[in-house]
Design a protein around this ligand. Structure first.
Ligand SMILES: Nc1ncnc2c1ncn2[C@@H]1O[C@H](COP(=O)(O)OP(=O)(O)OP(=O)(O)O)[C@@H](O)[C@H]1O
Ligand SMILES: [Mg+2]
Length: 299
């Protein structure tokens, strides 16, 4: 595996040794961007659904930043925004009103796969979201049973030829759209905020994947990884929950945790991933480390 240069990130700050004037100057000087060294492209195409029925846990933030980090590491990446909130679309720099073709149009058969794909400025492509995806829950339920769960999988079949990773950002539910994503995917990445209720939701999600989706819809599906998000190492609840989740799912939880960071939260308001907004931020570095883990698990 290619090594990344962490010298800057790990250098201890010796503030007491710095004179006040120099210290003030140091504060405004930006840390250089963490050196990112491309990794060999993984074999085949790995489709990862980013799922958690709980809202606001960092699904979209992870989808956009992981897509960007994987792209920076030399992988060909497609992000699909399946949520009617269209946050991944705006986070990647597009207004959902201005896009000509969305995932809804693709699933409706109104545009081809090639027409639906947009190039972002951030080393990955995207199929934009649509407000109509809210109605898709009902529309999908009305389809004949043989099409109902596989429509997304069949609509994105062509992605296999072109991409190493396809990330699907899902809405906060285990409804028809999320089940379509689980049917299309090889693996599930579960972002988890370290709170008590999150653990209860996690067992329901893992049961749904193992007992329902794998049995009836998609035998190859597995939980690719659980990602601890908005991690605050000073909060006892965070570390207690993290310890509990690691004990319950020992080989599944990623080593990388995503720290709570204002820069991560503000990046979408500029329509860009945090890796572009503030490359030297600890959140940016965490998403690159996560991307390295995802690539290594995908080998
Ligand atoms: N590591 C982080 N540090 C600080 N804020 C974060 C972090 N990750 C996400 N956020 C913020 O938390 C909020 C929820 O994040 P996000 O939209 O990614 O969650 P989600 O699971 O996609 O939500 P939904 O279920 O509504 O789709 C957003 O305002 C986002 O900017
Ligand atoms: Mg979201």
């Amino acid at each position: 595996m290619a090594q990344t240069d962490r010298t800057e990130a790990t250098k201890p700050a010796n503030r007491s040794a710095v004179k006040p004037k120099a210290a003030a100057k140091k504060k405004t000087a930006k840390k250089p961007m963490r050196k990112i060294i491309a990794m060999p492209q993984v074999q085949g195409c790995h489709i990862i659904a980013i799922v958690n029925q709980k809202g606001g846990v960092g699904k979209t933030t992870t989808a956009v930043n992981l897509a960007c980090a994987l792209g920076r590491l030399g992988q060909k990446v497609l992000l699909i925004d399946c949520d009617s909130q269209c946050n991944a679309t705006s986070g990647a720099g597009f207004s959902h009103d201005s896009v000509k073709a969305s995932i809804y149009d693709l699933m409706s058969g109104d545009v081809t796969f090639a027409e639906a794909v947009l190039n972002t400025r951030y080393d990955f492509d995207i199929i934009a979201g649509s407000r109509n995806m809210a109605g898709a829950e009902v529309e999908l339920a009305k389809l004949p049973e043989e099409n109902r769960f596989v429509l997304l999988r069949d609509s994105i079949e062509k992605a296999q030829e072109k991409y190493n990773f396809v990330l699907i950002d899902c809405p906060p539910s285990l409804g028809m759209v999320a089940v379509n994503a689980l049917t299309a995917a090889d693996g599930v990445l579960v972002p988890l905020q370290c709170e008590y209720y999150a653990v209860e939701g996690l067992s329901l999600l893992v049961r749904t994947i193992n007992e329902n989706v794998r049995k009836f819809l998609n035998p190859r599906i597995k939980v690719e990884g659980i990602l601890l998000t908005m991690y605050d190492s000073r909060a006892k609840l965070t570390t207690d929950v993290a310890e509990g989740v690691r004990a319950l799912y020992p080989d599944v939880v990623y080593d990388t945790v995503i720290p709570r960071s204002v820069r991560i939260a503000e990046a979408p308001s500029f329509g860009m991933p945090v890796l572009v907004h503030d490359p030297s931020n600890k959140g940016s570095e965490a998403y690159v480390l996560l991307a390295e883990e995802v690539i290594n698990r995908g080998k």
